[in-house]
Design a protein around this ligand. Structure first.
Ligand SMILES: [Zn+2]
Length: 547
């Protein structure tokens, strides 16, 4: 016993060194990154997700590394799974049922109500796991389809003339933050599909323009993503003939198009009238009256010549008189939108699919010129007047909430830390001493008489142990929870191990504990089963795992 005292003192001294980062903030050095990369190659690729290494430049990419990027988390529910991480712009909802519902629109006399109910159910599912903190809820199916649409969840501005004016927030499970639900038939619809088009439907257009499908520009001079010829280009040729300048999908196209139901790819930015409706410029900045051709028929499309029975002109003042002022106006209106982007699939998407979807969103949200004059991301579409951010990690409800305590009681989704590979520790996750709160975070597997056991149906517990007495080298379990209940993965996309072992019969607890000076192989004895106090029996630095 006497011999043990200096050892105990030494042991406890190790617990007062420099701050050792918690597992969530753990940044490996170059050598470790290399071995992580080698290790990743070896593990089961079907479970593996890697992440784009060319995250767009900007403050968000500072300090990123492969370990942080690969830290995939999983919400496991009986009928579905949600994968997410701390850096990606997307989450992956794996649900055969939800996918089937979205891929096969309802038919029959109740199809409209049924279709709506499906959106409501989807919204409620999402809000079980994400906080109501974003304006746009977007779901993109991994499987491509021709469906793309916008659904107004609640009226969010007056004076646009668009929308139905019905508030569906409660049915969607939103407390009022959500503006729009957007469905995209594929994960490439921002760069190569109608993503910016669907977003503009949050504000445009009025049915006044009588487009074939509701809410587009029809045959007007709006010249935006929702259609129309170029503003201020209309010339009267006499009688019922007119000439206009139109957008062309590409420079070699012979004739352009009015795109009365809007454009399917973002090769033009939002027009001034669209920007006005979106609350991004004032009425005086539009720069033209609103013109509409009645009974539009092409006469010579290559030369932009059409016939019409009438050209109706609506001044912006008349528009405001008809639909009211745009409130909030362009000064008070929101400019920095938030969105949650959900990739819906029937099985977990592959790392390559994850990368493609994430890259499409990365491009769309980039608040700068992307240098591509044939594609406009959101910032470019709004002419630099608005941004849209996608940070699912900011909205996720904390998954470490459990019976034992609130989310903030635990520093991470699961207890423990990934040990350095070169130590050859046979666990991918061990306990660690957090000097910030002088607490050991680890987990224990229950054993009775040498056989795996369980308590209340649980065999592995995450535990937090606080030092009771330095001279006595005693520690106390201050809280516990089911180990890794949320099914989180470590930075190598593996399920974390549980390094601690507690033998209920003898009260002996053995564990590997990371301190700033190395990994300690420890043995403790339960000396107070009521207060759950353990006393240190032996310790040594980890060298080779005792088999
Ligand atoms: Zn549309």
């Amino acid at each position: 016993m006497l011999k043990l005292i200096p050892a105990i003192t030494l042991f406890l001294l190790h617990f007062s060194g420099p701050v050792f980062p918690q597992s969530d903030a753990y940044l490996p050095n170059d050598k470790e990154q290399q071995s992580v990369a080698q290790y990743i190659e070896k593990i089961d690729m079907s479970r593996m997700r890697d992440f784009p290494l060319h995250e767009a430049p900007g403050p968000e990419s500072a300090g990123m590394n492969i370990a942080a990027m690969a830290r995939l988390k999983l919400i496991e529910m009986p009928d579905y799974q949600i994968f997410y991480d701390g850096v990606s712009k997307i989450v992956n909802l794996v649900s055969k049922e939800q996918l089937a519902l979205f891929m096969t629109p309802p038919t029959g006399p109740t199809r409209i109500q049924e279709d709506r109910q499906r959106k409501y159910n989807f919204g409620k599912l999402i809000y079980q796991h994400f906080n109501d903190d974003f304006d746009f809820l977007m779901v993109a199916t991994q499987e491509p389809s021709n469906n793309n649409y916008h659904f107004e969840v609640k009226p969010h501005a007056t004076g646009t003339g668009a929308g139905w004016g019905v508030d569906h927030s409660a049915q969607m499970g939103s407390d009022g933050e959500l503006n729009s639900f957007i469905f995209l038939g594929g994960t490439d619809k921002f760069r190569d599909g109608p993503g910016s088009h669907e977003v503009m439907h949050a504000w445009a257009h009025s049915n006044k323009w009588e487009s074939t499908y509701f809410f587009h520009a029809g045959y007007t001079n709006f010249g935006g993503i929702l259609g129309g010829w170029k503003p201020n280009s209309l010339k009267s040729l006499g009688n019922d003939r007119y000439q206009i300048d139109t957008h062309k999908y590409n420079s070699t196209a012979m004739g352009g198009s009015v795109a009365a139901n809007g454009w399917a790819k973002p090769f033009i930015p939002y027009s001034n009238f669209e920007l006005y409706l979106a609350g991004l410029i004032g009425p005086s900045e539009i720069g033209h009256d609103l013109k509409r051709a009645v009974n539009f028929v092409w006469v010579n499309q290559n030369n932009g010549i059409f016939s019409a029975s009438e050209i109706q002109t609506t001044t912006i003042e008349e528009y405001i008189a008809e639909f009211g002022e745009r409130i909030p106006n362009h000064i008070d209106s929101p400019k920095n939108f938030k969105a949650l982007y959900v990739v819906l699939s029937d099985e977990p998407i592959t790392s390559e699919q994850w990368k493609i979807a994430n890259d499409d969103v990365l491009w769309f949200q980039l608040p700068e010129d992307d240098g591509d004059s044939r594609r406009y991301n959101f910032w470019e579409s709004t002419k630099g007047k608005a941004t849209m951010s996608f940070r699912p990690i900011d909205y996720i409800r904390d998954q470490s909430v459990n019976d034992e305590g609130s989310a903030s009681d635990w520093p991470a989704l699961y207890n423990g830390i990934t040990p350095k590979l070169e130590l050859g520790i046979p666990f991918n996750n061990i306990g660690f001493f957090d000097v910030n709160d002088s607490t050991i975070y680890s987990c224990i597997r229950l054993y009775t008489n040498g056989y795996p056991a369980e308590h209340g149906g649980i065999s592995e517990f995450g535990i937090a142990l606080k030092i009771v007495s330095l001279p006595d080298s005693t520690i106390q379990i201050i809280k516990s929870r089911e180990f890794n209940k949320s099914g989180a993965f470590n930075e190598n996309a593996e399920s974390p191990d549980c390094s601690g072992k507690f033998e209920t019969n003898t009260g002996v607890y053995i564990d590997l504990i990371q301190t700033d000076n190395g990994v300690l192989d420890t043995t403790w004895s339960l000396i107070d089963p009521i207060e759950l106090i353990f006393k240190l029996d032996t310790y040594k630095y980890f060298e080779k795992f005792p088999m």
